[in-house]
Design a protein around this ligand. Structure first.
Ligand code: AMP
Length: 219
């Protein structure tokens, strides 16, 4: 099963993707994590991507598509994947469709987590992430037990550079002006499922699981 999770930054897609990946036993692939790992390893791709990311811009399609399609060929993706943060442009969606079709696969569902912009802003500006495993906290809604320290692995928490100031607004503008066109793309293919992301983490997860099993049952 290949699933795309669409949602603005702060919509909870990373958290939900991770949980779905465990319940469906398929790999969670997040394009932002792939870029951040390339940056920390100082690869050529990482060096190229960093300047776009720091400014809150999208990394160009050619670099992004090559990176993700390459990742999808790894054996741990053979059972299927939950894609988080990719595709973000129509060109990426088309490249993904083509890449999957070449190996006899397809996108099964595109899940859209809907959250109002004001709520996204609140979530993003309070978001902190642990250095070791990217566990996500929010100083308002989900604070760690000890300030600045991850409850799960004890590593230090940090705020992403693109979760600060102007970059947040720019990233949300990109989502609501550009990425939103993916909704029509997948609706046209009858793969789109809308879920209210403005609820507790557990409720959203339950709805996601329910809609996937309903749809899977109809096939
Ligand atoms: P994320 O962790 O998904 O918020 O992604 C962080 C940053 O990585 C984005 O603001 C972009 O600069 C870059 N990025 C991640 N995924 C993509 C994508 N599909 N297309 C272009 N840039 C991306």
């Amino acid at each position: 099963m290949n699933i795309i999770l669409i949602g603005a930054q702060g919509s909870g897609k990373g958290t939900q993707a991770e949980k779905l990946s465990q319940s469906l036993d398929i790999r969670h692939v997040a394009s932002g994590d792939l870029f951040r790992s390339a940056i920390s390893q100082q690869t050529e791709l990482g060096l190229k991507a960093k300047k776009y990311m720091d400014d809150g811009h999208l990394v160009p399609d050619d670099l992004t598509i090559a990176m993700v399609l390459d990742r999808l060929q790894a054996p741990d993706c053979a059972n299927g994947v939950i894609l988080d943060g990719f595709p973000r442009t129509i060109a990426q969606s088309q490249a993904l469709d083509k890449g999957l079709a070449n190996v006899g696969k397809r996108v099964d569902y595109a899940l859209y987590l809907e959250v109002p912009r004001a709520e996204l802003l609140k979530r993003l500006s309070g978001r902190y992430i642990c250095k070791a495993h990217q566990h996500v906290y929010n100083i308002e809604t989900n604070p760690p037990q000890i300030a600045g320290i991850c409850d799960i692995d004890g590593s230090e928490l940090y705020q992403r550079s693109d979760d600060r100031g102007e970059a947040i607004q720019k990233r949300l503008d990109i989502f609501f002006n550009d990425t939103i066109h993916l909704i029509d793309y997948y609706d046209g293919q009858q793969k789109l499922i809308r879920v209210n992301g403005n609820q507790s983490i557990d409720r959203v997860q339950q709805e996601l699981v329910n809609v996937i099993s309903e749809r899977a049952g109809q096939c």
